[in-house]
Write a protein that binds this ligand. Structure first.
Ligand code: T4K
Length: 390
């Protein structure tokens, strides 16, 4: 039975094994060995082999997108997305994300312009984007943070009004849909990360999806050194190719992803119920039921005044119980030494992001956890409350 009382504190013991923020879904090793045997027999290890070709086709169906290009990781994919759209000058982006998002702009010699975030979705605030546009602005790089979709309609309207390109970082949004439309079908290009820590993964890996299929040749040249054929190299490309071992793993993990998503949904419901009425703890809803969620993260916000303890205190206490929560995405990109000098990094420009980043905490979430593990983590959290909150 779940704990309901606000004041009752259960004595909780630490986990004997560490509980991490996530664990990867892994197919049966024997099944993967069968795939590896095929690869061994063919001696085709990379460069658009048969596993890669099949994986592209399967992902197009699963993600409900018109076209796709596979990559060795999400960061290189995002660098190529900016290159393929010829983004330059300034690009408006969010400070509340993983370092990769703003770094890909730097790798393209583009100045990141940080725009504040929406307090409810924690995504870039579409209503503030317009005020950040200058004659140098060429695009918007938005993140569906924690898998919650951005205001895709609002962003598209601003982009069309000013002739800007839109790139989405959907690293956390695998399989998310809005009105039955894949999240990767919005904007000019969407990037997915298939890192081991993601709901869906290929150990390392990533993809770009896009509506305009005319983009494919340029994207695919860019990820393969700019090679068009054995006689022509048409642009300064990079090596961003996904290999056959990654693609084969992806094909097997893809078969398991829906089950993993459902298991996580059950655990999210357990968390939500356990934490429903704790003063100072807000459960971040991954969106209404209008669209399909990725269930990538379970996120709470801790209001220090009401809870009686800070987010950082809770994070440290959890460690003593062998629970490794994460402060994604602290620190803000605008606070990194390489970006804090930018005028858009000033705290006055980013009041919401600066508040949110002190309060968020991602709790462990993966299908291998039991409901009783989640209840135990919730009991720990309750026991951390400060006196004022009791
Ligand atoms: N954009 C956004 C918004 C992103 O969040 C990311 C990546 C990217 C772009 C870039 O995509 P990629 O280039 O990575 O495809 C992890 C991941 O490395 C990173 O991919 C991810 N975002 C980020 C949110 O999380 P760390 O530094 O937190 O990972 P790490 O190694 O501390 O792992 C966390 C926990 O996961 C570990 O404590 C245990 C578990 N774990 C991890 C790995 C790697 C496993 O159980 N098995 C594993 O193999 O960054």
């Amino acid at each position: 039975m779940l704990l309901k009382s606000r004041t009752m504190i259960k004595k909780v013991s630490a986990f004997t094994e560490p509980i991490y923020i996530t664990r990867p879904v892994l197919p049966d090793l024997a099944e993967y060995s069968v795939k590896l045997r095929e690869i061994w027999n063919s001696q085709r290890l990379t460069n658009d082999g048969p596993q890669h070709e099949l994986f592209e086709k399967e992902l197009i169906k699963f993600l409900k997108v018109p076209d796709i290009s596979l990559f060795n990781n999400g960061t290189i994919a995002l660098i190529v997305a900016c290159q393929s759209l010829r983004l330059s000058g300034e690009v408006i982006t969010t400070p509340f994300t993983f370092p990769a998002t703003s770094h890909v702009l730097s790798w393209n010699n583009i100045k990141p312009i940080f725009c504040d975030i929406d307090p409810s979705t924690m995504n870039i605030d579409s209503e503030r984007i317009e005020s950040m546009i200058t004659p140098q602005t060429t695009g918007i790089l938005a993140v569906h943070v924690y898998g919650t979709p951005c205001d895709v309609t609002g962003i598209q309207k601003v982009a069309e009004r000013y002739g800007l390109r839109v790139v989405y970082d959907a690293a956390h949004a695998f399989g998310v849909e809005i009105d039955d439309r894949g999240i990767g079908a919005f904007g000019d290009i969407t990037m997915f990360s298939f890192h081991a820590t993601k709901l869906f993964h290929t150990a390392e890996g990533g993809a770009l999806t896009y509506n305009n299929r005319a983009l494919k040749p340029r994207i695919d040249f860019l990820k393969n050194f700019g090679i068009k054929n054995q006689e022509e190299v048409v642009m300064p490309g990079i090596n961003g190719k996904m290999n056959e071992l990654q693609a084969a793993l992806g094909l097997l993990v893809l078969e398991m992803v829906e089950e993993e998503r459902q298991k996580r949904k059950v655990l999210i419901d357990v968390y939500s119920e356990c934490l429903m009425d704790i003063d100072g703890v807000t459960v971040i809803k991954n969106g209404s039921r209008v669209y399909k969620n990725s269930n990538q993260y379970f996120v709470i916000r801790i209001d220090e005044k009401l809870f009686g303890r800070s987010r950082d205190y809770v994070y440290e206490e959890f460690k003593k119980y062998n629970v490794f929560a994460r402060k994604y995405f602290h620190p803000l990109c605008s606070d990194y030494s390489c970006y804090k000098y930018l005028p858009s990094s000033r705290k006055e420009n980013l009041p919401v992001a600066n508040k949110v980043v002190k309060e968020v905490l991602c709790l462990p979430l993966y299908g291998g956890l039991a409901a009783s593990d989640i209840e135990r983590i919730c009991d720990m959290l309750k026991s951390f409350r400060g006196k004022k909150a009791l």
